[in-house]
Design a protein around this ligand. Structure first.
Ligand code: NAI
Ligand code: MG
Length: 354
């Protein structure tokens, strides 16, 4: 039986609550559908860990993570400690240290989930957003001059490299090739940000020559924001820079129902370092400890992890189980208009996977 080593970081708030259910669903699916064993290494890195040790993870924490095949992550963030520590010392450095340059965020309208847009049918919204995850507008390059005075000057720089653009664009084109519609939309604002996003467009035009089987086009981000609401069904694979991908995926999550369903993957396709899988949502302190969190975003993130591990049958089994539970509408957490608990929802998915 193939064994896959997974590091599990539940983190804070609802993180550990939803991750527990994701672990259960993935384990049952992998055993049953791919005869694979998942070996979980639970790591207590969180705000509680920080309060005890003065840091979010041990000094050799990054080294500890390296030998794993994947990392399953809940969320970090606690009202008692600034995000500057919790989020900025564990989550954000991981993406860059492990060169997880693909941030994949699917958005799918499941049957049984109310859509805030009128007249959209289940499955009609079905997109995969590929967000660049290591450079662009979020590269920490810049500075302050004369801080705290009325002469203060702040410089925030965007960093775009040919290599950085090329690798995310190629990953997105490869994904488009595996989908029935074979369509890709590249999103920029190169009419205004002519240097960085102009480079992105140059790379897009070079790379698309290798993918003439894909229906590819370029769209400006303001028009894209409008179309994500007006006609999200026209999008298949979408590829965007760090900032635009971040904003557009909140929109794609909103139009497909609930933040409690939005999954994501932070992938290093070379597999040189482990990739990390996490729900899009945060630690939700307002509902933590009450069994109110919807675990399906975490469960669907675990399905993306199973895909990455090559356990495609298990991944599909988890997604089908989630789709079945949502369509039946027997078990609904509060965000879906019911009053079932996180564990009730986890149980329903596990039963459906079986
Ligand atoms: P949030 O995503 O934690 O919560 C936003 C709203 O969505 C809240 O009303 C919450 O109850 C609801 N919600 C979130 N997940 C849900 C789920 N699974 N089921 C049902 N309802 C759900 O965002 P917020 O409140 O802005 O941030 C809280 C903390 O989380 C902050 O410290 C923030 O920095 C951190 N955060 C961490 C992230 C991560 O670890 N990847 C991502 C986003 C925020
Ligand atoms: Mg965001």
């Amino acid at each position: 039986m193939a064994v896959h080593k997974i590091a599990v970081i539940g983190g804070d708030g609802i993180g550990p609550e939803v991750i527990d259910q994701a672990v259960r669903a993935a384990e049952v699916a992998a055993r049953k559908h791919d005869s694979a064993e998942l070996k979980w290494n639970h790591l207590p890195w969180s705000t509680a860990y920080y309060k005890q040790h003065g840091r979010m993870l041990p000094e050799d924490g990054w080294e500890q993570l390296k030998p794993h095949d994947a990392i399953l992550f809940g969320a970090v963030g606690d009202p008692s400690v600034p995000d500057k520590i919790t989020v900025h010392e564990l989550l954000l450095p991981m993406r860059r240290k492990f060169d997880q340059y693909v941030n994949l965020r699917p958005a799918y309208l499941f049957a049984g989930v109310p859509c805030p847009l009128v007249g959209k049918k289940p499955g009609e919204i079905d997109m995969l957003v590929y967000r660049e995850n290591t450079e662009g507008e979020y590269a920490p390059v810049g500075g302050n001059l004369y801080p705290g005075t009325e002469n203060q000057i702040a410089i925030q720089t965007g960093v775009f490299t040919w290599k950085g653009c090329e690798r995310i664009l190629r990953a997105a084109f490869e994904a488009a090739r595996k989908r029935p519609r074979k369509k890709l939309t590249s999103i920029t604002k190169s009419n205004a940000q002519v240097y960085g996003l102009g480079l992105w467009d140059d790379v897009f035009n070079a790379v698309r020559k290798d993918y003439t089987d894909i229906d590819s086009s370029s769209l400006l981000v303001d028009a894209a924001a409008m179309d994500f609401v007006r006609k999200p069904e026209v999008f298949d694979v979408v590829v965007a820079s760090n900032l635009f991908g971040d904003i557009l995926t909140d929109l794609s999550a909103a139009v497909t129902g609930s933040i409690g369903l939005a999954s994501s993957a932070n992938i290093n396709p070379t597999k040189k370092f482990p990739s990390m899988f996490e729900p899009v949502h945060g630690s939700a302190p307002d509902i933590a400890g009450q069994g109110k969190a919807n675990p399906l975003a975490a469960v669907l993130s675990a399905a993306l992890m199973l895909d990455h591990l090559g356990l495609a049958k298990s991944a599909d089994a988890v997604r089908s189980a989630v789709a079945k539970v949502l369509a039946e509408r027997h078990v609904k957490t509060p965000d879906l208009g019911g009053n079932h608990t996180t564990t009730d929802m986890g149980n329903a998915v596990v039963e459906a996977v079986k």
